[in-house]
Design a protein around this ligand. Structure first.
Ligand code: ZN
Length: 587
C-alpha cells in the first residue's frame, strides 16, 4: 500500500469535515451548510461509503478528503496530504521532499530575480534599450516608478540572457524550466523574451514568479507572459499584489484593472490599492487571493468586456466573496491609464460612483431595448432573469427581482412565476433522474477505481494522444491523486517534468501507472482512450444524478436546476454517441 493510500485508509472524511462544518445525518449520508460558500439551505453532502463530498450549490464541485483540505485550507496537494499524514500518524517516505520542493521554488525565485535585475540594468544603461527608454518616458513613468516596479528591457538577441545566467552558475535546464528560455523542436534553446519591455511579476511575498513583456512596435501580440512554470501560473497571478496588498487591507477595497500600464500609472499617482488581472477576465483563483485581503472588489472594466456571459460568471464570484462586486465603466476608447493621467479628480469620481455589477448589467441590457414594447420586455426578462437567479443571497435576489419587475412594469408575481418557470424543467429532470439512477453503493475504495487507473495508464503511456483529451475534465477523477497527476500531465512535455512538477509522494503512483500492463492494443489506443473518457464521464454524471436524487431537495436553488439540466443533457449526448459507436462497430 502506498503512503497516500495509508493516509486515506487511516483518515475518516466525516471526522475531518466535521471540524469545518456541522454535519447532520441525511439517510446514509451527511449534509451541512457548505463550508465554502454562504447559504441558507444545506447543499453540501458527505458520502461516508465513498469517502467523498460534493457541494450542489454555488461551488458545484466535490472530491475526496485531500481535495477538501486543499480547498478549505488553500493548500496545494502536497501540503494537504502532509497535513492529513501528520494527523493520521503516517510518515510519508519522502517527507523531506517538501523542503526540497520549497528549495526548488527558491531556486526559481532566485533565477527570476537575477533576470529581473539584468533586464532592469539594461533598460537603464544599455544603448540597445533607447527605444524602450523613450517608450516609458512617453508613458510618463518617473525614474522612481521604473525602479519601484523594476521595469526592464530584453535585448534583441538570442542568447544574451542565457549566457549571463549561465555565467552566474545556473544550468541551461534550470533557466529553461524557469520559462526564460524557449526550446526549439531540435532541442536547442534561446532567450524567450527579445527586444521587449519587461515587467517582473511578483507574488504577495515579493518573489519574482515570472515576467510580462510588451513589444515596442505595432507587432502582435502586444503582450506575452512567462509560460506555466513551477512558480508561475497566469490564472492564479495578480499583478502588483506585492505593492498593493497593505493598502487594499487598509482601505478594505481592491481595484482590479486589466493592464500592467494602468496599474503602474495608478500607483505613480498615489492610487495604490490597485492590481491587474493578467488578462481581460478575472478568474476565481484571483478572486480567492484578493478575498483574503478584502471582500470589496471593484473592477475597472472596458464597456465591451461586460457581456452577459461574463456577468453570470461574475455573479458566481460574488457568491464566492459573499459580497457584491462593483464596476467602474471606462468611457469608450479610454483606459484607466488615460483617465488617471488626464484628470485624477475625474478618476476618483468614477471610483466613488462605481455601481454594483448586477445593476450595471441591468442598465447595459435595457439600454439597447425599447421597454414600451412587449417583445423587448420579455427579451429583458429572458436576459436578466438567469443572472438574478444565480444570486445566492436571497435578499439581494429579491431586490433585483423587484427591480426587474419595475423596469418592465410587470407585477412582481409575474416575474416570480417566470423564475419558477425557469425551475420547471429541472423538476421533471429530478423525477426522471430518480428512476434509472443506479444507487451508488460502491464499497469504500482505498485505491482509486479501476476505470480511473486504466485511463491514467492509457494516457501516461500514450502521450502521443494528448490532444484527444479535450472531453476529459479533472473533475471526472474522484481520487485527488489521479486528478493531480492528470492536471499536471496536461501541462508538461515529458515524464521527468511531470515528476518535477508533482509532489514526491505521488512519484510512486506515477511509477505504478507507467508500469501497468495494458492489453496489446497497439492499433486501438485512440478508440480505447475515447471509450475510457466516455466511461469516466458517464460514471461522473450518473454519480451526480444519483446523488442529487438522493439529496432530494434541489428545489428553490436556480443554480442547481441549471446544473440538473446540464447533467441530463450531457448524459443524453453520451448515450447518443455510444449508439453511434455501436452502429459504427457493426458496419
Ligand atoms: Zn458550496
Amino acid at each position: 500500500m502506498s503512503a497516500i493510500d495509508e493516509v486515506k485508509q487511516k483518515t475518516d472524511i466525516v471526522e475531518v469535515i466535521s471540524q469545518y462544518a456541522t454535519l447532520k445525518k441525511s439517510g446514509r449520508n451527511l449534509t451541512a451548510l457548505c463550508p465554502f460558500h454562504s447559504e441558507k439551505n444545506p447543499s453540501f453532502y458527505v458520502y461516508p461509503e465513498q469517502q467523498s463530498w460534493h457541494c450542489f450549490g454555488a461551488c458545484n464541485t466535490g472530491g475526496d478528503v485531500i481535495s477538501f483540505i486543499m480547498k478549505k485550507e488553500g493548500m496545494d496537494f502536497g501540503e494537504a496530504l502532509r497535513l492529513l499524514a501528520d494527523r493520521a500518524g503516517v510518515t510519508l517516505p519522502s517527507y523531506t521532499a517538501a523542503d526540497t520542493r520549497k528549495e526548488e521554488k527558491e531556486e526559481y525565485y532566485q533565477i527570476n530575480e537575477a533576470a529581473a535585475v539584468y533586464y532592469h540594468n539594461l533598460l537603464l544603461n544599455s544603448p540597445g534599450a533607447e527605444k524602450a527608454r523613450q517608450y516609458v518616458e512617453k508613458r510618463g513613468f518617473t525614474q522612481k516608478t521604473i525602479a519601484d516596479f523594476q521595469l526592464g528591457f530584453s535585448l534583441d538577441s538570442w542568447e544574451e540572457l542565457k549566457k549571463y545566467l549561465q555565467e552566474k552558475g545556473y544550468s541551461e535546464e534550470l533557466i529553461l524550466t524557469a520559462g526564460l528560455l524557449y526550446q526549439q523542436e531540435d532541442g536547442k534553446t534561446h532567450d524567450r523574451f527579445r527586444g521587449k519591455l519587461m515587467f517582473p511579476i511578483r507574488d504577495i511575498r515579493g518573489h519574482v514568479t515570472g515576467f510580462g513583456a510588451r513589444v515596442l512596435d505595432d507587432s502582435l501580440p502586444k503582450y506575452v507572459n512567462s509560460p506555466q512554470t513551477p512558480t508561475f501560473d497566469k490564472s492564479g497571478t495578480v499583478y502588483a499584489i506585492d505593492r498593493a496588498s497593505s493598502e487594499i487591507r487598509k482601505q478594505d477595497t481592491a481595484i482590479v484593472m486589466e493592464g500592467y500600464m494602468d496599474v503602474i500609472t495608478a500607483h505613480q499617482n498615489g492610487i495604490t490599492n490597485v492590481v491587474a488581472s493578467m488578462g481581460t477576465a478575472i478568474t476565481d483563483t484571483q478572486v480567492n487571493i484578493l478575498k483574503k485581503l478584502s471582500k470589496n472588489l471593484v473592477l475597472a472594466m472596458d464597456a465591451d468586456a461586460a457581456g452577459e456571459e461574463a456577468m453570470l460568471r461574475t455573479v458566481g464570484y460574488e457568491n464566492i466573496l459573499n459580497a457584491e462586486m462593483r464596476v467602474i465603466v471606462m468611457p469608450a476608447g479610454k483606459d484607466p491609464d488615460d483617465v488617471i493621467k488626464e484628470d485624477i479628480k475625474a478618476w476618483q469620481d468614477m471610483v466613488s460612483k462605481a455601481v454594483p455589477i448586477v445593476d450595471f448589467t441591468f442598465e447595459k441590457t435595457i439600454s439597447s431595448l425599447d421597454l414600451t414594447t412587449a417583445r423587448d420586455k420579455s427579451l429583458a426578462v429572458d436576459r436578466l432573469l438567469p443572472i438574478v437567479a444565480a444570486i445566492n443571497d436571497p435578499i439581494r435576489q429579491s431586490h433585483y427581482l423587484q427591480k426587474l419587475a419595475g423596469l418592465v412594469n410587470v407585477d412582481i408575481n409575474t416575474i416570480k412565476a417566470s423564475l419558477s418557470q425557469l425551475k420547471k424543467p429541472a423538476a421533471r429532470q429530478r423525477t426522471s433522474a430518480a428512476k434509472p439512477a443506479t444507487p451508488v453503493r460502491t464499497a469504500r475504495s482505498l485505491v482509486s477505481s479501476s476505470v480511473e487507473e486504466y485511463l491514467m495508464a492509457l494516457l501516461l503511456q500514450h502521450p502521443e494522444f494528448k490532444n484527444e483529451i479535450a472531453d476529459l475534465s479533472p473533475e471526472y477523477f474522484e481520487s485527488s491523486e489521479n486528478r493531480e497527476i492528470f492536471t499536471a500531465w496536461r501541462e508538461v512535455a515529458d515524464m521527468d517534468s511531470l515528476k518535477e512538477k508533482l509532489d514526491p509522494a505521488l512519484h510512486e503512483r506515477i511509477d505504478v501507472i507507467m508500469n501497468r500492463k495494458l492489453p496489446d492494443i497497439r492499433n486501438n489506443v485512440e478508440r480505447r482512450l475515447s471509450d475510457g473518457i466516455m466511461r469516466l464521464k458517464e460514471r461522473h454524471l450518473k454519480n451526480m444524478a444519483a446523488r442529487k436524487a438522493e439529496s432530494g431537495n434541489t428545489d428553490g436553488d436556480p443554480a442547481r436546476l441549471e446544473e440538473d439540466l446540464k447533467i441530463s443533457e450531457q448524459l443524453k449526448e453520451l448515450d447518443a454517441r455510444k449508439g453511434k459507436k455501436r452502429t459504427g462497430a457493426r458496419r
